[in-house]
Design a protein around this ligand. Structure first.
Ligand code: CP
Ligand code: NVA
Length: 305
């Protein structure tokens, strides 16, 4: 059974294929073909241990557009909240649903779900990875630059988080230059080892730097919250470490006029990004959010076909 847990387990040509399919779904949607009922009558379980706006709604829309019925749920609504095991829950869901998407605190929960599932398990965000987001980010950068490969992007801020990690994974698959710009305390250099095979294969470059001047000349400047869900205990320390890495107009000026601004959202205006940047002419954040719907359709179509 094929799952989507990190995208690391996907080959470069598969990531490219998912993006081409996403673009195709979007083109058809924009031309008025909203409904492409590839899987009529099936249900998709959307399981959320943490809050979500975009992931929950883009997956719901994607499922509906493919003829499926999304069922959003959370631990407290299921017997899992009263101690039924992940294994037993997955054995049962596998009998009803075509796929399960899950947003979890611990990435290991997804691995456990996948182990006992006979339907695809799709990561809807864990503490370590956010692959669905990264696919939408790549589609957005492709639209804005005209390039699927050879894109230069700087992720500024909490370079240890799920969104930064998944951006680097996708960049490694597509031959990008990904600059992870943030304080040394948050560098996860093991990621570079994990990606080494892809980097060698695609010619991509992924590196950490603590110099904000390294946003110069990129196609995209990306940021995300300083305090991810589940990391609230570290909030004070994160704010102290990350305040020099706010993406404001000065940073966009260093990046240059051609750079787009990216954010997975939700934004904490006045913290990791200023209003003038997120609401300014270089911002692509609403396209990014919209693209989540089309990349989700591609993922469903690919895994359920
Ligand atoms: N970007 C993203 O995953 O947003 P939500 O938390 O609203 O789903
Ligand atoms: N890094 C953020 C992303 C939210 C979509 C978090 O995990 O909270």
């Amino acid at each position: 059974m094929r799952h989507l847990l990190t995208l690391m387990e996907y080959k470069p040509h598969e990531v490219e294929y998912l993006l081409r399919m996403s673009r195709d779904f979007k083109t058809r949607f924009m031309a008025g073909e909203v409904y492409t009922p590839l899987f009529p009558g099936r249900i998709v379980v959307l399981y959320f241990e943490k809050p979500s706006t975009r992931t929950r709604l883009s997956l719901s829309a994607a499922a509906a557009q493919l003829g499926m019925h999304p069922v959003a749920t959370s631990p407290n609504e299921l017997q899992i909240g009263r101690g039924e095991t992940v294994a037993d829950t997955m054995r049962v869901l596998s009998r009803y649903a075509a796929a399960v998407t899950a947003r979890v605190y611990k990435h290991e929960t997804l691995e456990e779900m996948a182990k006992y599932s006979s339907i695809p398990v799709i990561n809807a965000l864990s503490d370590r990875h956010h692959p669905l987001q990264a696919l939408a980010d790549a589609l957005t950068l492709w639209e804005r630059t005209g390039r699927l490969h050879n894109v230069k992007v700087a992720f500024v801020g909490d370079v240890s988080n799920n969104v930064a990690t998944s951006l680097a994974v996708v960049g490694a698959k597509l031959g990008w230059e990904v600059r992870l710009v943030g304080p040394k305390e948050l560098w996860n250099t093991k990621l570079l080892d994990d990606l080494s095979e892809d980097l060698a294969k695609t010619g991509a470059r992924v590196y950490f730097t603590d110099s904000i001047n390294d946003v110069m000349g990129v196609d995209g400047v990306y940021t995300d919250t300083w305090v991810s869900m589940g990391f609230e205990k570290e909030a004070e320390e994160r704010r102290r470490l990350l305040s020099p890495y706010q993406v404001n107009q000065r940073v966009m000026d260093i990046a240059g006029r051609k750079a787009v601004f990216l954010h997975c959202l939700p934004a904490h205006r006045g913290e990791e990004v200023t209003d003038d940047v997120i609401d300014g002419p270089q911002s692509a954040v609403w396209d990014q959010a919209e693209n989540r719907m089309h990349t989700a359709k591609a993922v469903f179509a690919y895994l359920l076909r």
